[in-house]
Ligand binder design. Sequence first.
Ligand code: NAP
Length: 308
Amino acid sequence: MVNKDLNTRRATVTGATGFIGAHLARRLVAEGWDVHVIARLQSDLSMLRSIASKIKVYRHDGTIKSMREIVEAAEPDVVFHLASNFIAEHTPEDIEALIETNVTFGTQVVESMIVNGAYKFVNVGTAWQHFENKCYNPVCLYAATKQAFEAILTYYTESTCLRVITLKLFDTYGPDDPRKKLFSFLARVATEKEPVPMSPGEQLVDIVYIDDVVDAFFLAASLLEEPGESFETYAISSQNPIMLRDLVSVYSEVTGRSLSIEWGKKPYRCREVMVPWDRGRILPGWRPNVSLEEGIRKLITATVEVGE
Ligand SMILES: NC(=O)c1ccc[n+]([C@@H]2O[C@H](COP(=O)([O-])OP(=O)(O)OC[C@H]3O[C@@H](n4cnc5c(N)ncnc54)[C@H](OP(=O)(O)O)[C@@H]3O)[C@@H](O)[C@H]2O)c1
């Protein structure tokens, strides 16, 4: 499985129909990569509309047989594994889907890579694996499944030629974000006549603009080209956390939107992250280039352009 033309590297991307995965897939295409996407039978591909004719999409039916066939056909130089089921506060009914997506699916990908002689894997973790700055203390079951998958990856890196870089992400933002996150919430708050209740807002937020996040994936892929440890883990942190209240003020100033918020009217979430993890090693050669103010301006401009 050697790609003879170094200028057309083959990437396989899972989670490409999500926020970060779609941005990554678009950049990979823009930079000349041959992009293969593993989607579910039911995945909505609308986030990939602009590159639909330039990528190859495989529909995975949930079985290992299907995954092996996909990876054999995709022949990846690098797999970027972003597929995930994010649930901040799970219910008993969520357990199976959390483990299926965050543990079983990823294990199917890696097993299929080994069988097909593909050995470069960029994985995604979360700062939420480190509640209260602990070496390991998951904020929620989702974070625990991320840790469980890393434990499985250790088996593969110890017993095969697999090389893994896990990028541990913090909060992220940018255009084309289908998730119900802070900035889409604030855009709605700006249209409300009544004050909107929020928590006291004293939690620190570590947030990185999407272009900087995508840069980290490219850098990780190039690090995998060089000799290194079999399993490396890096933090993709702004290194400049900001109190939620101050972040909302910056948003208000940059956008000129006034926001009527009743701070302290809602309680903090159970196991709210008040101070983000700051003990991770930053990915060598990476730093965020987009300031919060610039990122909010880019977000607003892009949103206005698509007429949202
Ligand atoms: N965004 C953040 O701020 C943040 C922070 C920390 C870590 N992360 C991690 O970064 C990665 C990307 O996050 P994101 O925010 O871009 O995610 P997202 O928008 O929620 O997208 C999730 C992706 O995973 C796919 N997926 C879900 N269940 C699947 C399954 N069973 N089999 C195959 N694919 C499945 C989804 O496909 P469908 O279209 O089929 O649903 C979608 O493409 C994830 O690993 C996430 O845990 C993100």
